[in-house]
Design a protein around this ligand. Structure first.
Ligand code: DAH
Length: 343
């Protein structure tokens, strides 16, 4: 009996070695442990085994049965995993020979507006830069005249990283790097993603986009600021627009302003977009504070500058008639497909 059992065990091992699919494992299982399997048949001899040997032989058979099942199962699991991996790999294969027309991607509305604004500023001699999303505390705050422990830091609650850096709360964080990077005079715009630790609603997002601009030269004045913004807005809204400045406060500009545009949708007569007011608040701006110039290695006695921080999401919402800022980060294809501009 022992020899017979050993033979079946050897047979099982040999077959398992040459097996290539999990289905073959099942065939082997039936062949050895099935109703008429090789080992099952040996169990039938139990009745002929003398009573005093029954315990020993029974144990031998049961052990062999367990061993065979264990061997087959192990191989089966191994092969099943390999088959699954092969399936996944072939499903994920990308056919790079497919014609490009089959791709239906399009530009995000915010990207469309960003590109338009970039084109306009480039045509007026500006360079386009991009800032980091993770910034040093110095660049985000101190360099733009918001020193440590100053109450102005409360205006922009941010996300701190363990290493003491921050997710930038405004594109102004790139000002210092840009002032240091370019020789004077400087005309630069820098769009980018910003983050603030605040609750969201139709007009606020914790992740949003701004487009900042700086102009530094001899004798830069508020007149330059108004000119460039008017040019840009007239091109975006495809008509001559009127802007006005109201006093504002920002630590990095002196004086600081809020720039409004006369509502381009109703020409200032009052509509739902301008909430019947005739003006739309669009862009904080101002003359760059001498401290900020100094921090950027520029002598404020010789040079002056102006800066603005346009809300890119707001511009996008105005241009496309989207009335909830949260839509822009939603990835909602129903919204995005309406602006099917090919990349
Ligand atoms: N960084 C400001 C903010 O996010 C916006 C801003 C205001 C930018 C005035 C400027 C500026 O460049 O001159 O609230």
């Amino acid at each position: 009996m022992k020899e017979r059992i050993d033979e079946i065990l050897k047979y099982t091992r040999d077959v398992l070695e040459s097996i290539k699919t999990s289905a073959e494992c099942q065939t082997l299982r039936v062949e050895t442990l099935g109703k008429n399997g090789k080992l099952t048949q040996l169990f039938r001899f139990m009745k002929e085994v003398p009573a005093e040997k029954k315990g020993e032989v029974g144990a031998m058979l049961n052990n062999a049965k367990n061993d065979i099942e264990a061997m087959i199962s192990a191989k089966e699991t191994f092969l099943e995993q390999a088959e699954l991996d092969r399936e996944i790999r072939s499903a994920e294969k990308i056919d790079i020979t497919l014609p490009s027309q089959t791709c239906t991607g399009s530009l995000h509305p915010r990207t469309i507006i960003q590109h338009e604004i970039e084109e306009i500023f480039m045509s007026m001699g500006f360079v386009v830069e991009d800032g980091n999303e993770v910034e040093t505390e110095y660049n985000n705050f101190t360099a733009v005249n918001v020193p440590e422990n100053h109450p102005a830091r409360d205006m922009q609650d941010t996300f701190w990283l363990d290493n003491g850096q921050v997710l930038k709360t405004h594109t102004s964080a790139a000002q210092n790097r840009i002032l240091r990077k370019y020789p004077l005079p400087i005309r630069a715009i820098f769009p980018g993603r910003c983050f603030r630790n605040e609750d969201t609603d139709a007009g606020h997002e914790n992740t949003f986009f701004q487009l900042e601009g700086v102009i530094v030269d001899k004798d830069v004045s508020v007149g330059n600021l108004i000119y460039f913004m008017k040019e840009m807005l007239s091109k975006i809204f495809k008509k001559e627009v009127e802007v006005r400045l109201r006093p504002g406060f920002f630590p990095f500009t002196e004086p600081s302003f809020e720039m409004d545009v006369r509502c381009p949708f109703c020409d200032g007569h009052g509509c739902s977009t301008c909430k019947q007011g005739g003006w739309i608040e669009l862009c904080p701006c101002g003359m760059i504070h001498p401290e900020v110039l100094k921090n950027g290695g520029i002598d404020p006695e010789k040079y002056s500058g102006c800066a603005f921080g346009l809300g890119l999401d707001r511009m996008t919402m105005l241009s496309f008639g989207i009335n909830d800022i949260r839509e822009l980060n939603s990835g909602d294809l129903k919204l995005l497909k309406q602006f099917n501009v090919k990349a």
